[in-house]
Each structure stands twice: as C-alpha cells, then as structure tokens.
Write a protein that binds this ligand. Structure first.
Ligand code: COI
Length: 358
C-alpha cells in the first residue's frame, strides 16, 4: 500500500472554539478537523491511504452498508499525560478484534499494522484535540469500515471504506447505572454476531434500551438467546461481579464482545486481591447473590464506559434489587483508579499496554 497522504483543512477549528469544546466535550458532540480514509477494492486490495479534512461523504444509495448493514467499528482512546505526551492503550487489541469482526461480517481484512498506523497518524495530527486529562477526559477514536459497493443482491461486497474519526470525550456514564433484565429481547446467540463489533448489534439493542429507560434503568443486562437464563453483557459494556469470597466473576466469551477493558481488568484482578473467574453466570445466581450479600459489587466496563458502577437491577420476575448499599463499592473504585492511572501514566504499566504516539 502507498504512503499516507495528507490534505489539510483550509478551515481549521480556532483555538478558542476548540478550548470551549474541550471544556465540556460530552460524547460525540465535537469532531476533530481531519479523518483517515482508506478504500479497498477486490483484486486491487487496500489503496490510497489518506488524511482528509473532516467532511460529509457521498455514497451510492445502493451501497451495501445502507441495505444489509455490512459495517464494523472499534473504539479506543488517546490520553494526554502530565508531561503533555499522548498515549494509546492496547491499540493492537483493537486492530486484532477489527480483523475478527471483518471476518465474521464477510468484509475485507485491514492489516493490523495499517490500523494502528492510521490511528497514530490521526492522533498525532490532532494532538491539540486531546483533552488535558482532567475528569478522565480523553480523545475517543472511532475506526470503522463500511461496505461501499453499490449492490442490491445479497452477497459479500467487493469494495469497502475504512475510516477513522475522533471526538473529545468525558465519561460516557457520569452516574452509576441500574440494569434492566429484559425478558423480551436478546442481543446475540452462539453462531450469531455477538463477538463481532458490528453496527447491527447496536441497532438491535436500541428498543431494549428504551425499555430499560421506561423501567427506571440506564442500561440493559442481556441474557442468552436460548433460555434468558445466563448473563451475557450490558448494552455498550461487559459486566463483572465481585463476590464475598474474593472472586471477580464475569461471563465467559462466546457470544459477548471480547472487550479490551474486560481483558485488562481480568489481568489486574490479582493486584486487588481478587481471583479472576470466567464462567457461565445465571441471572438467578446474580439476583440471589445480590440479595444474600454473596455478590458485594457489580460494575460494567468498556472503552467508553471505563468502569461504571452498577448499583441495582430491575426485572419483571424479581422486581428491584439493590447492590450492597446502593453506592459504588470499594473494589470497583480501586480497579477503576488503577486502570485509569495506567492509561494516564500515573501507575506502572507492568503489562506493557500503553503506547506513546507523540
Ligand atoms: C466503546 O466502549 O468503545 C463502545 O464501542 C461503546 C460505544 C457503543 C459507546
């Protein structure tokens, strides 16, 4: 593949406007001035890697993504440290997962080194958009790929577009969350697309999320498709349980998203006196455990959500269940702090997870 080319915007965001955006970034409210674009055509491969001014795209109305949802994405963050350097957290894991998602959706596979290079180039170019790091703010990076071929027949497309856009962000959830255990909907089943990070999984989650809101909860706790018996994950995050016996329990992989944050926290558990255990966990075990005190803390984790305390559940069968005293627990807080401190360079990176961009 050729070298990346750069076309600079003729209308860069002024420092004053950028500072105002960084002061209260929200999530996906403001976008940096440039984006990465790389196209793929079957037979010719990946071509013309370029950084362009952020702008709308023109797409044929028959582009396969618009009809059959051939789309995948990733989420990772760039962190500004106290010495003003900018770092990524485990971008290689996102690159590898992107390949797996592409395989599942029958899409072209972007080489992992190209994925990481694209992310590094856009972050280096847009370093002024990386927030100062107060309140755990960071630059959220969204690599994604769509099927761009104009195609109404149902088959794998022959042309794709990969792109990377970035947005400064604060915490995705600013408050602890309660989870709605939906009896009506399923996110994924074995053999489905649950392990892939594809837009369709999120589209299918929206109606259940509305149901969660209507039942006083901020998110859904998904259960398995066959029996609605086994815990899977939350909308936008993986889920973890701290037990009175010192275990950090989380559902096994198979039909859930293999989260980079999930994997990192399982590796950090030991440092917090917890034994990481991945196994099937039933809804009854969770609700009984919360009621009896066997489960002392619950939290959700993900790139956007970081570590979000879960303080209660609601379900048609069992009603409301409060976790502990309804406040974020100490292990949840400790683990969150440890992870964030590694990301911002304030704690030792014993696993070699962080990578300097500039
Ligand atoms: C992420 O954590 O990066 C995600 O993809 C969640 C997003 C859908 C908000």
């Amino acid at each position: 593949m050729a070298e990346f080319s750069l076309t600079r915007t003729t209308h860069p965001t002024s420092p004053a406007v950028r500072q105002a955006a960084l002061a209260d970034p929200g999530f996906g409210r403001h976008y940096v001035d440039h984006m990465v674009v790389i196209d793929y055509v079957e037979g010719d491969g990946w071509q013309d890697p370029r950084i362009l001014p952020m702008s709308d795209w023109s797409l044929h109305p028959a582009a396969a993504v618009l009809h059959y949802g051939q789309e995948i994405f990733e989420g990772l963050k760039a962190y500004r440290r106290d010495d003003d350097s900018i770092w990524l957290f485990r971008p290689d894991r996102n690159a590898a997962r992107f390949v797996n998602s592409a395989r599942r959706l029958g899409m072209a596979e972007l080489p992992e080194d190209v994925f990481v290079e694209a992310v590094e180039r856009i972050v280096a170019l847009e370093r002024d958009w990386v927030p100062a790091g107060e309140n755990e703010q960071s630059l959220y990076i969204r690599p994604f790929m769509i099927a761009s071929e104009a195609l109404l027949g149902v088959r794998e497309a022959k042309s794709y577009r990969f792109s990377v856009i970035c947005t400064p962000v604060g915490p995705y959830y600013s408050e602890p969350v309660k989870l709605w255990i939906t009896p009506n909907y399923t996110r994924a089943a074995i053999g489905g697309t649950g392990e892939a990070k594809c837009g369709g999984n999120y589209a299918a989650s929206l109606v259940a999320t509305e149901e969660a809101y209507a039942n006083g909860c901020g998110q859904v706790l998904w259960t398995d498709g066959a029996e609605h018996k086994w815990v899977e994950e939350c909308g936008t995050m993986n889920v973890m349980f701290v037990t009175a016996d010192g275990e950090l329990l989380t559902p096994s992989l198979g039909s859930i998203l293999p989260g980079v944050t999930r994997d990192s926290i399982l590796k950090l558990a030991d440092a917090h006196g917890l034994k990481a255990v991945e196994r099937p966990i039933s809804v009854d075990e969770v609700l009984d455990g919360v009621e009896s005190g066997q489960i002392t803390e619950v939290f959700a984790c993900g790139t956007a959500a970081v570590v979000t305390p879960i303080v209660g559940f609601n379900s048609p069968q069992r009603g409301v269940a409060v976790v502990g005293d309804g406040q974020p627990g100490p292990k949840t807080e400790e683990i969150r702090r440890h992870l964030v401190d590694i990301q911002f360079g304030r704690a030792e990176d014993t696993f070699g997870w962080t990578r300097k961009v500039c």
